[in-house]
Design a protein around this ligand. Structure first.
Ligand SMILES: CC(C)(COP(=O)(O)OP(=O)(O)OC[C@H]1O[C@@H](n2cnc3c(N)ncnc32)[C@H](O)[C@@H]1OP(=O)(O)O)[C@@H](O)C(=O)NCCC(=O)NCCS
Length: 252
């Protein structure tokens, strides 16, 4: 009997400890979110977690940036060089896990349709964003595919290395990438940002992006449903919905 208690107790304590550690981590995330972005942001985070667990809910804002809105210049951040990377450079940066790149992106950099535009600090990659012409797969667009007209580019997988966050690099990379694309006739960027990603929403708003709609999907009693915005289609962008069998709601 004594042996039995000895075996059970450490397991109970360790599960208890793990639960507490997890709870502490979640509370600390909420506290940080609250102090950085306000109580509304913390509420959205909780709603998103519950909605995602119960209904598989995913909600993103669709944002749009016209080239005329871009006022940022490379001169405002003289420490960095802004340019497109080739596939060999992406492969070199992908070797460091801190850069959050992998072999899929090396292949994308070589496919002629996707490209990576980055801010470089010497030989370090400080921030980058990915850009797709013509169309984007659902896996990089919250489960919805998009088909863009030739003068619109889809921006995805924006990333700033933790050592460089808070220096306005995310916006600068996107603005300067759009300027570079504009030399080949591109007029606007379209992108999606999860409704809980306040850091990204903040840098997008600061740069001049406008919210033009929502992409939302969920699953209730095994029935998938989604919402998309007609404002997106009005700009010539076709939305490929996750499955034709699903119920579709259009919001204006
Ligand atoms: C979202 C992200 C790209 C923003 O990059 P950034 O270059 O730091 O952007 P900004 O400098 O404009 O900062 C945006 C906000 O991030 C927050 N921030 C500032 N410093 C930060 C830090 N060290 N760590 C985390 N967030 C920070 C601030 O709220 C800031 O806005 P504020 O300065 O007006 O308060 C970056 O946080 C990131 O790579 N996150 C992980 C990947 C991701 O979410 N990508 C976007 C997908 S849509």
């Amino acid at each position: 009997m004594a042996t039995c208690v000895e075996q059970v107790e450490p397991a109970t304590v360790s599960i208890g400890n793990r639960t507490w550690a997890l709870l502490r981590k979640k509370l600390s995330t909420l506290r940080t979110e609250c102090s950085r972005f306000g109580i509304g942001a913390a509420f959205r985070l909780v709603a998103d977690k519950v909605g995602s667990r119960v209904l598989g809910l995913k909600v993103s804002h669709v944002v749009w940036l016209d080239v005329e809105e871009v006022v940022v210049t490379a001169a405002s951040l003289p420490k960095f060089a802004f340019r497109f990377l080739n596939a060999a450079e992406v492969a070199a940066y992908a070797r460091d896990p801190a850069n959050d790149l992998d072999n899929e992106f090396v292949a994308r950099a070589a496919d002629g349709r996707n490209s990576c535009f980055a801010a470089l600090d010497g030989d370090r990659i400080a921030a980058y964003g990915w850009y797709a012409r013509d169309w984007i797969e659902g896996e990089h667009c919250d489960g919805f595919g998009l088909k863009m007209p030739p003068d619109v580019v889809y921006m995805y997988k924006g990333f700033t290395h933790p050592d460089y966050r808070g220096q306005r690099l995310h916006g600068a990379v996107m603005g300067l990438a759009l300027r570079a694309f504009a030399e080949n006739g591109v007029k606007a960027l379209i992108s999606t940002v999860e409704w809980t990603n306040d850091a990204s929403l903040k840098s997008c708003a600061r740069l001049g992006y406008r919210r033009i709609g929502v992409l939302a999907r969920a699953r209730f009693l095994s029935i998938p449903w989604w919402k998309t915005s007609s404002k997106v289609r009005e700009r010539g962008v076709e939305i490929i919905t996750p499955t034709v069998a699903a119920r579709k709601l259009t919001i204006v």
